[in-house]
Design a protein around this ligand. Sequence first.
Ligand SMILES: NC(=O)C1=CN([C@@H]2O[C@H](COP(=O)(O)OP(=O)(O)OC[C@H]3O[C@@H](n4cnc5c(N)ncnc54)[C@H](O)[C@@H]3O)[C@@H](O)[C@H]2O)C=CC1
Ligand SMILES: CC(C)CC(=O)C(=O)O
Ligand SMILES: [Mg+2]
Length: 373
Amino acid sequence: MGVLSKKITVLAGDGIGPEVCREALKVLDAVAERFGHEFEYDHQLMGACAIDATGNPLPDATLQACYHADAVLLGAIGDPKYDNDPSAPVRPEQGLLRLRKSLGLFANIRPVTAYDVLLDHSPLRAERIQGTDMLIFRELTGGIYFGQKGRTEDGSAYDHCTYSREEIERIARLAFQAAETRRGHLTLVDKANVLETSRLWREVVQQLAPEYPAVQVDYLFVDNAAMQVILNPKQFDVILTENMFGDIISDEASVIAGSLGLLPSASVGSSVALFEPIHGSYPQAAGKGIANPIATILSVAMLLEHFGLLQEADTVRAAVQKALHDGVLTPELNADQPHTTEQVGSYIAFQVAERLESPLYRENIEVGLSTII
Ligand SMILES: NC(=O)C1=CN([C@@H]2O[C@H](COP(=O)(O)OP(=O)(O)OC[C@H]3O[C@@H](n4cnc5c(N)ncnc54)[C@H](O)[C@@H]3O)[C@@H](O)[C@H]2O)C=CC1
Ligand SMILES: CC(C)CC(=O)C(=O)O
Ligand SMILES: [Mg+2]
């Protein structure tokens, strides 16, 4: 792959979003420095910050910038002032859902990895999780999050869940294809004993299965899956599931890695792809320098892979492994010798840029990174 020039729309968002995005862009700059690529960043508003500035969680300028970008990098959105006000007329999350729908991002891909050096950081037993490597395909533009919602005259509330065959088939095909390139095992997580939409998911997956003879398919009810993910995560290769189940199961699966701050994601579909950590805006941590930027940095690795820059993606992942190995980690993973969000990002960026001989780097190593930029 030659030298590339790419335009990336950056939606830093709210809470810790700007902090983790800053570090991810630092790493992307390091990739540009080492490999000669050019990345141009177009910062736009989305979420609570966009409501504050324009009254709209997804201003038209933001959407247009995303349409015209080669990729989108998102931090996180959300603010307690909306979470704590059930009757708020406009919400940051509406912007995110509308963005996903508008960009046709129907598949959200969330890898879950147990890192050997972090085995002790998971509350789960090391022998239980060691070697876990699963890929969750979460449907992202349908289901209950997008169905009609409202209140009835008697004061009840409803959220409708709908799925069409087409919505299921297009993500199921991506999941089958991924399973073919991995360990050949696909698990559909649903609630087909109760939900009609889940029965349609099973039907569609069963109809597609003969086209992918190298893939072994099995089916698991979501309540059982929630337990199995913790009890025996190594049994999973590719998990395919609908929007809400995937949202919940993937946050749960982050305890295998050791922190929600470690899990990246890629959202793909009919046009531009979007990359974001799976976590939210973690408002309690905003401005404190304690948010783990690795989920966003690994989302950048997925972005590079999407551009076909495989060596660059591997370089970022190797730099992350080095930070994990060297204990250059935020407090939730290294309470004894915590590093700040910025220190972790800088350390990873230094590894990527191979600026290992620079005096600044050496000085930072010598002082235990306490003065890293
Ligand atoms: N994609 C997005 O932008 C998402 C936005 N949200 C929004 O975020 C806000 C907060 O929601 P919560 O339920 O508290 O979820 P959250 O994901 O922001 O935080 C949950 C917990 O995960 C841990 N955590 C999250 N990110 C971390 C990081 N980078 N480093 C270390 N630890 C981390 C913290 O212990 C935190 O208390 C809400 O407004 C919610 O709507 C929630 C999920 C996704
Ligand atoms: C607005 C929510 C659906 C965001 C979320 O929790 C997620 O995408 O993981
Ligand atoms: Mg979520």
